[in-house]
Ligand binder design. Structure first.
Ligand SMILES: Nc1ncnc2c1ncn2[C@@H]1O[C@H](COP(=O)(O)OP(=O)(O)OP(=O)(O)O)[C@@H](O)[C@H]1O
Ligand SMILES: [Mg+2]
Length: 261
């Protein structure tokens, strides 16, 4: 399968008047179509910074980021960010107006086309009956579906999600994970999902990139496609989690290596 997103030798830095902070160091990975690609690593290892760079909001000081072979040079509708708590939804706009908003901003489609696409995206996430209600009238899971419809309406190559469930209680979080997987089953979008929870990484990920502590380097990439939320009590789930735990907490910084799950 062709590579959709190619991150090659990417070093990211913040320059402040006093400091030079290296957020990631020579990170390599590839995302293929319909991957549920998880970036996992401890706080401060540069996960959000990597997503920012992939989103086009920051340039690598070294290395390249390519989408379908084109080097990322700025933000674009081919990479849509879904934020924590779906705070991008505007409370004074209905579901349909929320989905329409970014389409109008990008000017990619005319207004009739935008409306058709927005309604189709709302239908895909099974919210047709709710297209004219306001976000506060929806459950958390429904809000997530709106946020995903909003992104999907622009037909992005990849959805970028930065710890979207981090602020939720454990039960709600599990429900949202299942909801996301259910949607993925149906729509097969490509998602790049950042988390610092090992359990969430194993549930969500088809592949998991494990980063070292600050500055983030690749420790390993693991396959996790065979394990979902329902498998949490299975030995294979525990084994993979343990292996990831070992990788996250190992002291020596090893060069990037490929590990089969
Ligand atoms: N705007 C900024 N200016 C300077 N340094 C920054 C800035 N944003 C992040 N950093 C630094 O870059 C490093 C990586 O930060 P980043 O937010 O990408 O980590 P993270 O892996 O997303 O962490 P978390 O899991 O806590 O969200 C950290 O050392 C952080 O202090
Ligand atoms: Mg972060």
């Amino acid at each position: 399968m062709p590579v959709l997103l190619d991150v090659r030798g990417v070093t990211l830095q913040y320059k402040t008047p006093q400091h030079l902070v290296t957020a990631t160091y020579k990170v390599d990975f590839e995302v293929h179509e319909s991957d549920r690609y998880v970036i996992l690593g401890p706080s401060g290892c540069g996960k959000s910074t990597l997503l920012k760079a992939i989103g086009g909001f920051m340039r690598p000081v070294e290395g390249t980021i390519r989408i379908r072979g084109r080097t990322v040079e700025g933000p674009g509708p081919d990479r849509m960010m879904v934020f924590q708590e779906f705070e991008q939804l505007m409370p004074w706009k209905t579901v349909l107006q929320n989905v329409l908003f970014p389409m109008r901003v990008t000017g990619k489609f005319n207004s009739r086309e935008s409306e058709e696409r927005a309604l189709a995206a709302i239908d895909k996430v099974k919210l047709t009956k709710f297209h004219d209600v306001y976000p506060h009238m929806l459950s958390g899971g429904m809000k997530m579906r709106v946020a995903i419809a909003r992104a999907m309406a622009l037909e992005p190559d990849v959805l970028l999600m930065d710890e979207p469930f981090a602020a939720l209680d454990a039960l709600t979080r599990r429900k949202m994970q299942e909801e996301l997987l259910g949607l993925w089953d149906q729509l097969r979008f490509t998602v790049l999902f950042v988390t610092h929870s090992i359990e969430e990484a194993v549930i969500i990920g088809s592949r998991i990139l494990v980063l070292s502590p600050h500055p983030g380097r690749v420790r390993a990439e693991l396959a996790a496609d065979h394990l979902l939320a329902g498998d949490i009590d299975k030995p294979a789930f525990g084994l993979l989690s343990k292996r990831i735990h070992g990788l996250l907490f190992e002291e020596e910084i090893e060069p990037a290596e490929e590990v089969e799950a």
